[in-house]
Design a protein around this ligand. Sequence first.
Ligand SMILES: [Zn+2]
Ligand SMILES: [Zn+2]
Length: 149
Amino acid sequence: MEFIADDNIKLMSGDLGINRETLEIPFSRPFPNKATANIEEMVGRIPRPLRIIGAGAAVCLGGIFTLSLVSSVTIRTLQAAAEAKRKKVALPCTVCKGRGYYICKLCKGDSTIEWSPLYDPIVINPCVCPTCEGNRVQRCLNCIGKGYV
Ligand SMILES: [Zn+2]
Ligand SMILES: [Zn+2]
């Protein structure tokens, strides 16, 4: 029994190329060791600059984000101020009487139009107005819906 067990270990370790005494990969196979050493060297060298670049990029992105946020807020505030100023001095739109919209010219407030794809009077179908999309009103083209010029 003792002999069979010993032989089994010898066979198994022999198949795997493992030295039974030390249970280590024999020195006659240096490739895995070398490859591991190279990878370790690479791993040791690469992440450090990458980490620095990553941190720099994060800082840059944060700065850009903050700048864009601040500038967009500033622009919006300036635009709002300019808009308010213009509104004070502007005259109400004569086309829409200052409402910014008027009854759709295409459907005349019906929200549908009679449209035939084949120009055939028999198959004329009521379609949702493409100009007002069924809202019965369209944005004033004179004042772009603002109600003043
Ligand atoms: Zn319409
Ligand atoms: Zn108008």
